[in-house]
Structure formats: C-alpha cells, structure tokens
Design a protein around this ligand. Structure first.
Ligand code: NAG
Ligand code: NAG
Ligand code: NAG
Ligand code: NAG
Ligand code: NAG
Ligand code: NAG
Length: 740
C-alpha cells in the first residue's frame, strides 16, 4: 500500500497549492476592473475596484480605498491617499506598499550619530499588517525592539550579533549579523527601534550602522555587504514591500450577507478577512472571472478559448465549467489530458492508447485503494464471522445438528486458546508437516498435551476435508483411533485439536528407527492387530461405515505405550449402509493405493484392506512401499512382495528381526494374509474384520509358552550374526513343498 499512500500524499499536497495560487492572484483579468468613467491605471499599477483613483471621486468603495495618483512623478506613483503609503501592487486579498526602514549609525568612539524608527501606522484604516511580514534586524551589535500600539500592547524583538564577517553566511538570518522574528496578525501599528549594546566600537570597521524593518521576508536576503552599506535603508524601502491585508467593512460574511451594503455580486463568494478584526472580501466562484465588487459580478470563463479538449473533440462552454465531446466517428471523453478522442474504427492511436493506459492505471490505483480500505474495514468487522463461515462453520453446524445423537462432545476452541497453547505457533512446536498443513504440539491451560493441525491454505476442498474429519472423528470412539478433542474455526485457517500421540508415526519407526529394542516381532504383530481392529471397527460402524481411504504407515501413530492410533481422516468417507460402493474422486497415497479403486473410482471397504496389506508388508519387510533406488520389479512393495512370495523368496525379503523372532508359521501366515489383502480384485480380499481376527489369532498363538519354546528350539540355528544366507538356504528348501 506504499504506492497508494504516496499517491494520496501527492494528491492532497497538490490541493492547497492550487488554492493558494488562486488566492493571491491579482484580479486584473476580465473586462470590468474599475467603475465606469474612472481611471484604471496610475503609472504601471492597475487599480481595480473597490480601490479607485482620485480623492473622493466616487471611484472607490469608500475614501479609505481612494488611491492618490501623484503625477509629479514620472511615471506617476499611486498612494493610499489617507496614509500616504506608496502602493506597489494590489492583489485579491492583499496589497504591497512601500516600506520605511529604521536605523542608527555610530562614530568610531561609539557615539550615536543618528537614529530613526521603522514605523507602520494604519490607524483606523481597513488595512492590517499581514502576519506574512517579518521583523528583520541587520547589524553586528544590534538589539531590535518592536512595539505595538496601545490597542494591542505587543512587544518583541531580536538580537543580531557578530564579531567579524568571517563567520557570516550569505542569506542566513538566524542571529549572526541578521535576525528575523514573526509578528502577530491583525496589527495596525508597529514601531521598531534598534539599540546598540556597545556603540559598535568593536565592529565599527566593518559595521558602523544597525538597521531594522518590517516586510515581506521573501523579498529580502541577507548579504554580508549589507553591514557596510550606507544606502541600505533606501534599498529596503524600494525593494522590500510591506504586505497589508485589506477587507471591506468590519462585518464578517455571515453578518454582511444580511446587510444592505453587501458588495459581493453574482457568481462570487464571500470570504472572511481572517485577521480577527472583522471585514470580508469577495472572490469569483470557480469557473468565473471579473471583478466581484462591481455589477453585474463575475462572468463565466470561456474555458474553450484555451482548447482543453482533444483535437477531434468539441468544446462546449457552460456556466462555470466546460464540456468536451467527440466529433462524429470518434469516441472518448474528449478531454485533452484525459482519454481524448479515438477514431471509432482506428486500431490503437499511440497517443490515445498511452493516455488510456495512464488513465486506466490511475483508475486502477484508485480502485485498488478504495477496495483496500473497504476490505480492511469489512475485515475488521467481520473477520471472525467470515473465518467461521469460510472454514465451514456453517457446514459443521449443520452436520452436527443432523447427527446430534451419535456425537460425543467436541469442544470449539477459541483462537487465543490455541495461540497460547502453541506458544504462538512457534517453530519448535512443529510435530510434522504434510500436504494438508502443519501439526503443532500444544499445551492447553490444564496442562493437557494436544496436537493441533493447522490447514495450509483455505482451499475449499481442504476445508471440506477438515470438516469431514471433524464429523467422522466425532462419531468414532475407539482406543486405536486418534481422539479428536475439538476444533477452532475462528482463525484464518481452520484448526483441529487431537489428543497428543507422543511416539510418532509407524512409518518413522519402521524406516528410521528399525533397530529400537521395543520394535519386536510381537510388537509389530500387536500394532498390526490394533490397526486392523480399528479399521474393522470403522468399516462395521453401527451408523454408517467409514472408509478411511488413506491407510498408510505415516497415518498410524504410536502413543507412549506404542499403542497404534489411526489418524488423518481428512479423506475418509461415510458410506450409507444401503450402498456397497461409492463413486468418488480417487484419493490416497501412491504405493498404498488400491489399483482397482484407481481404475474404477469405485470406493469400497476393500480399498482400505489393500492399503493395510501394504502396511503389513512394510511392517514385515522394513521396506518402503515405493522405492526410487530399487530396480523396476522392486519399485512397488506390493508387487515385489507378491512376486517374492510366488517365487518362494519370502524369507529373503523379511526384516532380519522379524525372521529372528517370528515363527515360521506366523511369518508364513502373515505373508499369506498380505498376499490376500493385495489381491487385485477387491472381492477376493478378506474383510478388515477377517484380517483383524487372523492377526489376533496369530498373536494368541505366539503368546502360548509352548510356541515360544518351539520357536526357540527351531530358531537356535537362526541366531547367527548374518542370518539372511542361512534363511535363504534353509527356508527355500523348507518352503518348496508349500503352495504359494
Ligand atoms: C513600468 O512601465 C514602464 C513603461 O511603461 C516599464 O519600463 C517599467 O519596467 C515598468 N515598471 C514596473 C515595475 O513594472
Ligand atoms: C506629489 O509628489 C511631489 C514630489 O514628491 C510632492 O512634492 C507633492 O507634495 C505630492 N503631492 C501631494 C498632493 O502629496
Ligand atoms: C495596553 O496597555 C495600556 C497601558 O498599560 C492599557 O491602558 C491598555 O488597556 C492596554 N491595551 C490592551 C489591549 O491590553
Ligand atoms: C515608538 O515607540 C517609542 C517607545 O515606546 C515611543 O517613544 C515613540 O513615540 C513611538 N513612536 C511612534 C511613532 O509611535
Ligand atoms: C565600508 O564602506 C566604505 C565606504 O563604502 C569603504 O571605504 C570601506 O572600505 C568599507 N569597509 C569594509 C570593511 O568593507
Ligand atoms: C460573525 O460575527 C458575529 C458577531 O461578531 C459572530 O457572532 C459570528 O460568530 C461571526 N461569524 C463567523 C463565521 O465568524
């Protein structure tokens, strides 16, 4: 938004500038300047009404505005007749008159040779000393004092000191050889004197006199040579005018407009004098010119004279304004600095095109700015509600109300609560990242550890998945399914809060931590059984069966006791009981994805069975479901596993620890089970319930003490350091009789 604020600054800083220039203009435009039969000029000066040349000739609005034109001078000089001030310039709201400077000069010994004062006395005139004047003192041993009159009792002054000319700076009037101070507005009398502290004794050689004057500071710039300039006072009176403000009467506009002698004519507006002493002036309304104090008032400016329209445009002057249109066969706004006129069927005249571009760009900036501010305000007001809706709050509400009976209580967390819990989403709280977003570890105020899943983007499909997950998880209550505690929809992205499962994913333990002591054959079998049990439970859930759709080792979490917990139900589907299969967009993870589902898009529970088969294979072999490093045959674990089984090489691909700890029967049974799970046709696969039962059976089998013994007896020979070769020989021969 930097661009926009800069644009606004530029735009608004230009406005007062434009106003200021119109305010100080000389009102000599237009035809009517003076009253009829009155002299318009005195020397070089045009004297507009309400001023008028001549004493008591009726050419001015009142005797105070009489201008005496002394023809003894060549060219003649105009004076304000009542005050005898020579006029340099008359503008709409001020006039500039000749100055008087004051000064004092000293001799070598410090005796004052003469002194005169700078005096302005406007007495009872309708003129006031403008506060744009400044009091200036020039000298190296000078105290300048200003005094107002009895009516205002104003006093002020400044010091101008220096010890040599070396340190002085041309144009600088801040106390070294020159000082300047402001005066208040609305003064009518001022009187200034200069006093020396030391009689100029120490500076006499280069500065024998001190000076003071009131005047327009823009007309004077300090020069070091001023310090030894005997004609200084004369130069000031000629070159530095005093600015006076003038106004009509002593009434302000609101009073004057009601009175009989209100003098602002048509198409003009009244402005208060701003001196605090009352009085008003008239200025022409925008688009008009002339002398507002004279009948009939201001006249319309014919803007068309200055051809503000395009060369193919038609300019129409209207009162106070103008209007551009385009000739036949052209279109556009007709304004020269606007879009101009472009030929209807011409391609892209370069000039108009670029004008269009710049206009369009301007409009775009404005539009963007406006949209930005509106959006910002709207956001502030509606942020929470918006997020709530955006994050599917309504969808969730609807779902919750329609499923009320089967719900367990799900807490709606506030944004602050989760912010606090995650230490403002600190990096070191991140448990994992995935395509869905980021999972943070959180500590609730009651010290309960939770996992907080933050969606990555506000993509609508992902939001639906989030809501879906909430709905599914609130319907499930199983010790091997990760428990949802609640959600938060007030934040920019929706967030889900789960029980904290401390020991990471199964995937991590298989592929990164395979050597951990606890990760025994028994444990693997138990985890598989638990996961299978949870899936079986989901598939046979009372209300509506739930198909997980993304069963994989990264989605099986392990808690502190290494109990399996199925997680990530984002893609899961509730399947109505009367529908055996549902047609969906294929979703899942390559490597685990059921090929039949992939081909037909027909989702059944058996897709989960297939994926579970891959997990089981992963558990037994310690291999990744998809390998980039292996040869083509071995790329897909599912294919590789089935092939190895067919070729009686099952024991070659087993994880060494599985081989060591599992019994032959168990390994064979699990291998067989995997093979059945991985059948290409879903119908040939066992149900999840059957898988769970079978695994449970195998576990029972391994728990019997006699089984253990048997394994140990059988396994004695297998406990060597490098068992794979032994296995190969032994099991190959052993398994030849088996029918895979
Ligand atoms: C006044 O007018 C004369 C001739 O008309 C011209 O030479 C002179 O420069 C003018 N002075 C000013 C201050 O405009
Ligand atoms: C006009 O100017 C001359 C020359 O400075 C002066 O002598 C004379 O008095 C002036 N006229 C009036 C009426 O002030
Ligand atoms: C200015 O001072 C004089 C004398 O001290 C006093 O009479 C007068 O009222 C004062 N004027 C104002 C406007 O304060
Ligand atoms: C200027 O001020 C001084 C000091 O107060 C005073 O003596 C003098 O009369 C004043 N002069 C005028 C013209 O007001
Ligand atoms: C001051 O001016 C006088 C006369 O113009 C000149 O003689 C003298 O040298 C000047 N002094 C300095 C210090 O400029
Ligand atoms: C005009 O003057 C009257 C009387 O002094 C005052 O009540 C009113 O507020 C003034 N109006 C403005 C706009 O200054």
């Amino acid at each position: 938004m930097f661009l926009n604020s800069a644009f606004f600054q530029l735009f608004f800083s230009l406005l007062p500038l434009a106003l200021a220039t119109t305010h100080t203009k000389l009102f000599t435009q237009g035809t009517t300047i003076t009253k009829p039969n009155c002299q318009a000029k005195c020397g070089n000066l045009t004297v507009p009404f309400p001023f008028g040349i001549g004493r008591e000739t009726g050419c001015s609005i009142n005797p105070w505005f009489d201008v005496y034109c002394n023809a003894s001078f060549n060219p003649p000089k105009p004076f304000i007749s009542e005050t005898n001030l020579e006029i340099f310039e008359i503008a709409e709201d001020n006039l500039r008159v000749k100055n008087t400077a004051g000064g004092a000069c000293y001799d070598k010994l410090g005796n004052r040779e003469y002194r005169d004062q700078a005096i302005i006395n406007l007495a009872t005139s309708p003129f006031t000393i403008s506060d744009s004047n400044k009091f200036t003192v020039v000298g190296c041993d000078e105290l300048g004092i200003i005094l107002g009159s009895e009516e205002s009792n104003f006093s002020g002054g400044c010091f101008a000191l220096c010890s040599s000319t070396d340190s002085l700076i041309e144009g600088d009037c801040s106390g070294f050889g020159c000082c300047q101070t402001s005066i208040p507005k609305g003064l009518k009398k001022l009187n200034a004197t200069v006093t020396s502290l030391d009689g100029h004794i120490s500076v006499w050689s280069f500065n024998p006199c001190g000076y003071s004057f009131f005047g327009d500071p823009n007309s004077y710039s300090f020069s070091v040579s001023d310090l030894n300039d005997s004609s200084f006072e004369e130069r000031i009176t000629q070159n530095v005018p005093v600015v006076l403000e003038w106004a009509i009467g002593i009434q302000n506009c609101s009073q004057a407009t009601k009175s009989n002698d209100y003098t602002c004519f048509r198409n003009s507006i009244c402005v208060d004098s701003g001196t605090g002493l009352g009085g008003y002036r008239c200025i022409c309304s925008q688009g008009y010119e002339g002398n507002p104090y004279l009948s009939p008032g201001c006249t319309d400016i014919n803007e068309c004279v200055n051809t503000p329209c395009d060369e193919h445009g038609i300019c129409t002057n209207t009162p106070g304004n103008f209007h551009c249109s385009c000739k036949k066969g052209y279109r556009g706004d007709g304004i020269k600095d606007g879009r101009g006129c472009t030929a209807d069927n011409s391609g892209f005249p370069v000039i108009n095109f670029s004008l269009g571009i710049s206009f369009g760009f301007l409009a775009m900036i404005i539009a963007v700015t406006v949209i930005y501010f509106i959006t910002k305000k709207w956001k502030l007001m509606k942020l929470r509600e918006k997020f709530f809706q955006q994050n599917g709050g309504l969808l969730l509400k609807q779902q919750l109300s329609s499923n009320e009976s089967s719900m367990k209580s799900t807490k709606i967390f506030t944004a602050e609560e989760l912010e606090k819990a995650t230490n403002n989403y600190a990096e070191d709280r991140i448990l994992g990242r995935g395509g869905y977003g980021v999972v943070y570890k959180g500590i609730l105020h009651n010290q309960l550890l939770v996992a907080i899943k933050k969606s990555r983007v506000m993509d609508q499909t992902q939001i639906e998945q989030f809501i879906n997950e909430v709905i599914i998880l609130t319907q499930v209550n199983h010790r091997n399914v990760v428990n949802i505690l609640g959600c938060c929809l007030e934040t920019e992205v929706p967030m889900l809060v789960y029980e904290y499962v401390s020991n990471g994913t199964l995937c991590h333990h298989i592929h990164n931590n395979g050597g951990m002591p606890w990760f025994s054959w028994d444990s693997r079998l138990r985890i598989a059984t638990e996961a299978a049990g949870a899936l079986a439970y989901l598939h046979s859930a009372a209300g509506m069966p739930i198909i997980h759709r993304d069963v994989k080792s990264p989605n099986i979490l392990l808690d502190e006791y290494y109990t399996a917990k199925i997680a990530d139900f984002g893609a899961s589907r509730l399947v109505p009981l009367d529908q055996a299969q549902v047609s969906t967009l294929v979703q899942g993870t390559i490597g685990y994805l059921d090929p039949e589902y992939f081909q037909t898009s027909q989702l059944t529970e058996k897709s989960d069975v297939y994926s579970f088969g891959v997990v089981l294979a992963e558990l037994m072999t310690g291999r990744k479901p998809l390998s980039n490093t292996k040869s083509d045959d071995e790329k897909s674990l599912a294919t590789f596993f089935v092939m190895s089984l067919k070729e009686n090489r099952l024991f070659q691909i087993m994880d060494p620890r599985v081989l060591r700890e599992g019994s032959l029967e168990q390994i064979q049974s699990v291998g067989e089970l995997v093979k059945r799970c991985l059948k290409l046709h879903g119908e040939e696969r066992p149900t999840m319930n059957e898988v769970a039962m079978e695994l449970e059976g195998l576990r029972q089998f391994s728990r019997h003490p006699w089984t253990k013994q048997e394994i140990q007896e059988e396994g004695i020979g297998l406990m060597s350091e490098d068992p794979s070769d032994l296995y190969t020989v032994r099991f190959n021969s052993d398994l030849k009789t088996e029918d895979f």
